[in-house]
Design a protein around this ligand. Structure first.
Ligand code: FAD
Ligand code: AMP
Length: 471
């Protein structure tokens, strides 16, 4: 008999959720993870909990309070003097949130009898995993099934080498101990925009250089254009079509050379964040040696059920590509755990929601207008501005809109795109409707509480049929 039914390598939102679901289903489960805290203690939760989703949202929240008080407290009749930010306290709050949540995963492992194997996992056979602990000790465990959930790491570019002092990656930018006077970022993806927003709100002069000509190319154009204008208004400088060719450090400054719309240019900053995307993490895993295929970009190759070429070895999350999002990784973890346990679980990918946590937030699910046009699908649009929402007015958050796209013939919802306060929460309704293959009429006939921001989703659904009430 094998030591375990399932060994999972990686304890991010893919791996730890898979481990818990395997254990719930009665499988003897172990989860290997090599992550350690700054103090050298093993930590669970992967990129998302330690250096990704959670710490970034903690800093976004702190910086939003600071910015909002500065810019909008007076609108509410709130007077304040000598407002200042204590970065050490803000960072300590973030660290405490991370610690609580990562320790929470350890508690869940204990409660569900998942064995945590701290160390570096390596495949030494199709049914064997070697674990090298931080003390150098090596143990090998046999297992019926293996799930690879090793996630991703920041993409490094030779033209801007991370030195963790002046040039940092996203992890470094989450840990600044003071507000940089001038901050540069390479890459205007979700991570670049969120980190740029944090430090801009706290007083940095932020410049983002983005190689692509379109802002947020994957998003709905009208939403992306509105967000671009808003970020500019908030003080962020974003240069599109700006390809960085070098970044050099001297005299405690970083000089970034790039070719932009006005030819070759330079940007001088105190800190530079490289946020040009993430790449799959299979280093040291020994995957090809056991027959697992890896593509040219480093992603582990899997079928629609996330099974590799070796039938008892699966892979989930960032390491297989697709949307590099925590919730996508987690749902794959659930599906794979259930399939290992003999269930016939499936996963739908067209309803994976996307969120960018700038302010106000951007969130969408399904196809954009541009994608529908390219595919030759006839559609109707309902668009409702938050400026016409009573609750948004009460919040003082009138910027943005909800856009709903539905099939012109069947009325089935094909995409919902939101730019506005709490878009990350509002999108859930659209996800559920799309998961049930709902129509715009279904949402139009659904009662929404008043006054809520969700009424804007309702109105957009009414708008698809040309019968909005408040706009
Ligand atoms: P990871 O979370 O990367 O976990 C993989 C784990 O495996 C790590 O702990 C790693 O150390 C470990 N590991 C790797 N190789 C080995 C090995 N050989 N042996 C043992 N352990 C190993 N996504 C969202 O959905 N929402 C957000 O708001 C969001 N914000 C983000 C903000 C930032 C700054 C960053 C960097 C990312 C953000 N993401 C967000 C992306 C999200 O973090 C990832 O999509 C998610 O963590 C992927 O989960 P995963 O389980 O595939 O891998
Ligand atoms: P994402 O992959 O969504 O995290 O976003 C990363 C962004 O970085 C993409 O929009 C890329 O176009 C951008 N990018 C990558 N390389 C460069 C570069 N050398 N200069 C400027 N932007 C870049």
């Amino acid at each position: 008999m094998a030591d375990y039914n399932v060994i999972i390598i990686g304890a991010g939102p893919g791996g730890y959720v898979a481990a818990l679901r395997c254990a719930q289903l009665g499988l003897k489960t172990a989860c290997v993870d090599k992550s350690v805290t700054l103090e050298g203690k093993p930590t669970l939760g992967g990129t998302c909990l330690n250096v990704g989703c959670i710490p970034s949202k903690a800093l976004l929240d702190s910086s939003h309070h600071y910015y909002h008080l500065q810019k909008h407290a007076a609108d509410h009749g709130i007077q304040h003097q000598g407002l200042s930010i204590d970065v050490a306290t803000m960072q300590a709050r973030k660290d405490k949130i991370v610690k609580t949540l990562t320790q929470g995963i350890a508690g869940l492992f204990k409660k569900n009898s998942v064995t945590h194997l701290p160390g570096i996992g390596r495949l030494v056979g199709t049914n064997e995993v070697e674990v090298k602990g931080s003390d150098g000790q090596v143990n090998t465990f046999s297992t019926d099934h293996i799930i690879i959930a090793t996630g991703s790491i920041p993409t490094a570019i030779p033209i801007a080498t991370v030195d963790n002092k002046y040039i940092v990656d996203s992890t470094g930018a989450l840990a600044f101990d003071s507000v940089p006077k001038r901050l540069g970022l390479i890459g205007a993806g979700a991570i670049g925009l969120e980190l740029g927003s944090v430090w801009n709100r706290l007083g940095s002069e932020v410049t983002i250089l983005e190689a692509l000509p379109d802002f947020l190319a994957a998003a709905d154009r009208k939403i992306a254009d509105a967000a671009f204008k808003e970020l500019k208004k908030q003080g962020l400088t974003i240069h599109l079509d700006a390809k960085v060719s070098s970044a050099t450090v001297s005299n405690e400054e970083v000089t970034v050379s790039y070719s932009g719309k006005k030819g070759d240019q330079q940007l001088v900053v105190d800190k530079l964040v490289v946020a040009v995307g993430r790449k799959p993490n299979t280093e040291g895993l020994n995957a090809p040696a056991v027959g697992i295929q890896i593509d040219a970009r480093g992603f582990v190759q899997v079928n629609e059920h996330r099974q590799t070429a070796i039938p008892n070895i699966y892979a989930i999350g960032d390491v297989i590509g697709g949307p590099m999002l925590a919730h996508k990784a987690s749902e794959e973890g659930v599906m794979v755990a259930e399939r290992i346990a003999g269930q016939k679980s499936e996963m739908t990918y067209h309803t994976v929601p996307w969120v960018i946590y700038i302010h106000p937030e951007i969130a969408w699910v399904g196809q954009t207008e541009e994608q529908l046009k390219t595919a030759g699908i006839e559609y109707k649009v309902g668009q409702f501005p938050f400026a016409a929402s009573g609750r948004a007015r009460a919040h003082g958050e009138t910027n943005g809109m909800v856009r709903m796209l539905a099939d012109a013939q069947t009325d089935q919802i094909l995409g919902v795109h939101i730019f506005g306060m709490s878009a990350s929460e509002l999108i859930a309704e659209a996800v559920v409707a799309m998961e049930f293959e709902g129509s715009a009429e279904d949402l139009a006939r659904t009662i929404h509480a008043h006054p809520t921001l969700s009424e804007a989703v309702h109105e957009a659904a009414l708008g698809v049929a040309g019968r909005m009430i408040h706009a």
